[in-house]
Design a protein around this ligand. Structure first.
Ligand code: ADP
Length: 447
């Protein structure tokens, strides 16, 4: 087992990892920018190292500083959290070269999944259902037209190097294709320095359903069920549920088994999420995230398994603590992402939290790095906390969520709490009847 883990992140996820390490009796090192000297993860860690000025590229993305912090403190492993360096293959390789364990998959697996064309090709080879589309990158308009005619309009052009929803363009008919292709290509070139694009069938009313997987790196894989993250705004997840209100248990085990077998065959190590669009009973692979996700907490709620413990065990060579047969799903869980944002315009609202009071009681978990008197720095993402509610079934979960939202107090800044209070009372949400466009349509109507 590791002696000392350095947590290369900030905010609620740094605290989340710190808690798991402490439970396992492992020493912790926090790293922080000068803007985060007062952060909770810094206060609670056994040691802390300042790694640079506020901008992420000079601190949380600064590989040299983080490796130096490992060497100064003698950390033998690094947990990257999510975001920042968590899907940076070069970082994983550099740590390996320094004999420091990266708590995550190999650099090679990160690289494959970071390239969308390569990821899709690999998924297909492993028996995962993918969206119909071009075999690889499309070279010119003629080829694009041929592929689009074959799969049928509407189609979506996507950047191979894409991420964060950038470099994607929809063409409803052949007349739109030329423009969509050119725009997607130039956006991709500007954003990622790589203008390779590919074509897929555009699904019109899908849900976003993702499967949590774990590999032991030695040919074993398990799945921990799915999460439904269809409630999104600008491709950012807002509200997540486990299990999905749209799946039955037969569909759950079918897609779960496909994913578990795929990661076993890949020899994948650690936690990962295979993301799908789901429409008319069919799953279509869109990407695989090779890290812990923000919404891993709802999977923990329904399985009772601590995913960060599991990541640390696997990375230290201890293997998985569970087999597929040990994994059972209990009840229903919902996560609301509490952002420091205006609840209607989503404009960030940094500032000082004058009063912070979290709900409690059975089935309630709040993961947050903030406290009364905390000043939110303007440099990073606006997530200030996650409310995770568990109930024996979805109805009980929603009742409890409504009550918990009433108790939650965050004064001094704007937050997305009012949006959740509205959603929890909406009949479509109560019925689980929504797709990936529902939230944006609902917000547009309310304006
Ligand atoms: P990124 O990595 O940039 O987030 P994804 O491939 O994960 O890109 O896609 C982001 C979002 O774009 C999806 O959640 C979905 O809303 C939309 N999308 C992607 N591919 C399709 C498709 N084939 N049909 C419909 N919507 C799509």
């Amino acid at each position: 087992m590791f002696q000392k883990i350095l947590i290369a992140n900030r905010g609620e996820i740094a605290l989340r990892v710190l808690r798991a390490a402490k439970e396992l009796g492992i020493q912790t090192v926090a790293v922080h920018s000068t803007a985060d000297a007062d952060a909770m993860h810094v206060r609670l860690a056994d040691e802390s190292v300042c790694i640079g000025p506020p901008p992420s590229r000079d601190s949380y993305l600064n590989i040299h500083q983080i490796v130096a912090a490992c060497e100064i403190t003698g950390a033998d492993a690094v947990h990257p959290g999510y975001g920042f360096l968590s899907e940076n293959a070069k970082f994983a390789d550099i740590l390996a070269a320094h004999n420091i364990t990266f708590i995550g998959p190999s650099g090679d697996h990160i690289r494959i999944m970071g390239d969308k064309i390569e990821a899709k090709r690999t998924a297909k080879r492993l028996g995962i259902p993918v969206v119909p589309g071009s075999e690889g990158a499309v070279s010119d308009e003629k080829e694009a037209k041929r592929v689009a005619a074959e799969i049928g309009y509407p189609v979506i052009i996507k950047a191979s190097a894409g991420g964060g929803g950038r470099g994607m363009k929809v063409a409803l008919t052949e007349a739109d294709l030329e423009m969509a292709l050119a725009t997607a290509r130039s956006e991709a070139g500007a954003a990622f320095g790589d203008d390779a694009v590919y074509i897929e069938k555009y699904l019109q009313k899908p849900r976003h359903i993702e499967v949590q997987i774990f590999g032991d790196g030695a040919g074993k894989g398990v799945h921990l069920g799915e999460r439904d993250c269809s409630l999104q705004r600008r491709h950012q997840k807002v509200w997540e549920e486990a299990n999905s209100p749209a799946l039955n248990s037969e569909e759950r085990s079918r897609i779960g088994d496909i994913c578990a077998n795929a990661v076993a065959n890949l020899g994948y190590s650690g936690a990962g999420t295979i993301e799908f669009l789901y429409e008319n009973g069919e799953f279509y692979f869109i990407e695989m995230n090779t890290r812990l996700q923000v919404e891993h907490t709802i999977t923990e709620a329904i399985t009772g398994i601590d995913l960060v413990h599991e990541q640390i065990r696997v990375a230290s060579g201890g293997g998985l603590s569970v087999t597929q047969n040990d994994i059972r799903f209990h009840g229903h869980a919902i996560e609301c992402r509490i952002n420091a944002e205006d609840p209607r315009t989503f404009v960030p609202s940094p500032g000082t939290i004058t009063h912070f009071h979290t709900p409690g009681g059975l089935g309630i978990r709040v993961d947050s790095g903030v406290y009364s008197g905390y000043r939110i720095p303007p440099y990073y993402d606006s997530l200030i906390g996650k409310l995770i509610v568990h109930g024996r079934n979805r109805v009980e979960c929603m009742m409890r969520l409504r009550r918990a939202l009433d108790e939650f107090v965050v004064d001094g800044i704007k937050t997305t709490l009012p949006l959740f209070r509205e959603l929890v009372g909406n009949p479509d949400i109560a019925n689980g009847d929504y797709d990936i466009h529902w939230l944006e349509k609902h917000l547009a109507k309310g304006e």
